[in-house]
Design a protein around this ligand. Structure first.
Ligand code: ADP
Ligand code: MG
Length: 318
C-alpha cells in the first residue's frame, strides 16, 4: 500500500475575498473533498495535514475585538482551536464524500503538538506575518504595549505583526498515529494531523511541554509528519498547478517531472519566494533527503492526475 500525506494549503481551501462564514467554508470544503475521496478510493493509506493562516487571522481579530470582556488567548491555543475547527470541517464534508465514492473509511482528527528548540534563532528574529494590517500609529502602540515586532508591507500599505517561525523538530503525537497505522487502521481511518504545522511547544525540565508564541510553517511540519509515519509520498496542495521557474516573469516555465538535483539547483538560485513556494520546496527536499520517495506539488483540481504522474510538479527518487 502506498502511503500518501496530502498537505492542504489554506489558499486551496478558502477563496480569497469571501465573507469567511461557516456556510462558505462548508461549500468550499465540499468542492475539495471529492478529489480526496477519489484518491482514497484507490486504496492508498492517506493522512491529511492543513494550513490555518486565515483561521488564525480570524481568531486574532476576535481576540482583539473581545479583549475588553474576555481575556485574549495565546497563539498556541489559537493553533489548537484551528486544528479542531478545520478537522471538524474535513470530518463533516469528507465522510459523506467517502460514502458517495463507495469507500468505507472515516476521518479522525488528532490535536497535534510539534516540538521546537527553545534556542531556535527564529525566536530572536520573527519573520512570519500574522493577523490584520494596522495603521502606523496603531502599530507604534502595539509595539510598545505588547513588545510585538511589526513590519511594513508596502504593497498593502499597512503594518503587520511578525511572530517567530521556528523549525519543527518532532511531532509529539506521531508515535501514537504511527502505531494506529501500523496496526492496520489506515485501511479504515484517515487521520487529520498537525494542522497549521502543529502547535509549537518547547520541552520543560519536568518532561512536559509549554506552548510558545510562534507559528510553525505548515509545509515543514508536514514533512516531519510524513517522515515520522514513513509515508512514501508527500503531496503539497496549493492554489497554483505546480512549481514554476521564472514565476510571474516572461520566462516562466512550469516544472513537470524533475529530478531532486534539478529542484535543488532552482532552490539554490532563489527561484522560490520565501514564505510561500520556498517552504514547500524545502519541505519536499527534506522529505526526499530523509528517505521519502515522491514529492508532488499541485492544486486541488489536478491532485488525482498529479498522483498518476499526469499533472503538477513531481519529483521521484528511484
Ligand atoms: P498555501 O496556503 O498553499 O501554503 P502559499 O500562498 O503559501 O499557499 O504558496 C503558494 C503561492 O506560492 C502561489 O500562489 C504563488 O503565488 C507562490 N509562488 C512563489 N514562487 C512560486 C514559484 N516559483 N512557482 C509557483 N508558485 C510560486
Ligand atoms: Mg503557505
Amino acid at each position: 500500500m502506498v502511503g500518501i500525506l496530502i498537505a492542504l494549503g489554506g489558499n486551496a481551501l478558502q477563496r480569497a475575498g469571501g465573507s469567511g462564514s461557516w456556510d462558505e467554508a462548508l461549500l468550499q470544503m465540499r468542492a475539495a473533498v471529492s478529489v480526496l475521496a477519489r484518491v482514497a478510493a484507490q486504496g492508498h493509506e492517506l493522512v491529511l495535514t492543513h494550513g490555518n493562516g486565515p483561521q488564525v487571522g480570524v481568531l486574532l481579530r476576535q481576540n482583539e475585538l473581545g479583549s475588553r470582556e474576555v481575556p485574549a488567548l495565546p497563539l498556541d491555543v489559537l493553533g489548537a482551536e484551528t486544528q479542531g475547527q478545520v478537522g471538524y470541517l474535513i470530518q463533516t464534508e469528507l465522510t459523506p464524500a467517502l460514502r458517495r465514492a463507495g469507500v468505507d473509511r472515516s476521518v479522525l482528527t488528532v490535536i497535534s503538538r510539534t516540538e521546537v528548540a527553545r534556542d531556535d534563532p527564529a525566536f530572536q528574529h520573527p519573520t512570519k506575518p500574522v493577523g490584520r494590517y494596522y495603521h502606523e500609529d496603531e502599530a507604534r502602540i502595539l509595539r510598545k504595549q505588547h513588545g510585538w515586532a511589526m513590519q511594513f508591507d508596502g504593497a498593502r500599505g499597512g503594518w503587520r505583526r511578525l511572530v517567530p517561525s521556528p523549525r519543527p523538530v518532532r511531532w509529539i503525537e506521531g508515535p501514537a498515529v504511527r502505531q494506529l497505522l501500523e496496526s492496520g487502521l489506515g485501511a479504515t481511518w484517515i487521520p487529520v494531523v498537525a494542522g497549521g504545522g502543529g502547535i509549537p511547544v518547547v520541552r520543560r525540565p519536568d518532561g512536559g511541554f509549554d506552548g510558545v508564541e510562534a507559528v510553525i510553517d505548515k509545509d515543514l511540519g508536514s514533512a516531519v509528519v510524513a517522515r515520522e509515519l514513513g509515508l512514501d509520498t508527500l503531496a503539497i496542495v496549493t492554489d497554483v498547478p505546480g512549481v514554476a521557474v521564472g514565476f510571474g516573469k516572461r520566462s516562466e516555465r512550469w516544472l513537470a517531472d524533475v529530478s531532486l538535483e534539478e529542484l535543488e539547483r532552482h532552490q539554490a538560485n532563489g527561484e522560490f519566494a520565501p514564505g510561500s513556494m520556498a517552504p514547500k520546496v524545502e519541505a519536499g527536499v527534506d522529505f526526499l533527503r530523509g528517505g521519502g520517495r515522491r514529492l508532488v506539488i499541485c492544486d486541488i483540481p489536478s491532485l488525482a492526475r498529479a498522483l498518476d504522474d499526469e499533472a503538477g510538479t513531481r519529483v521521484t527518487v528511484r
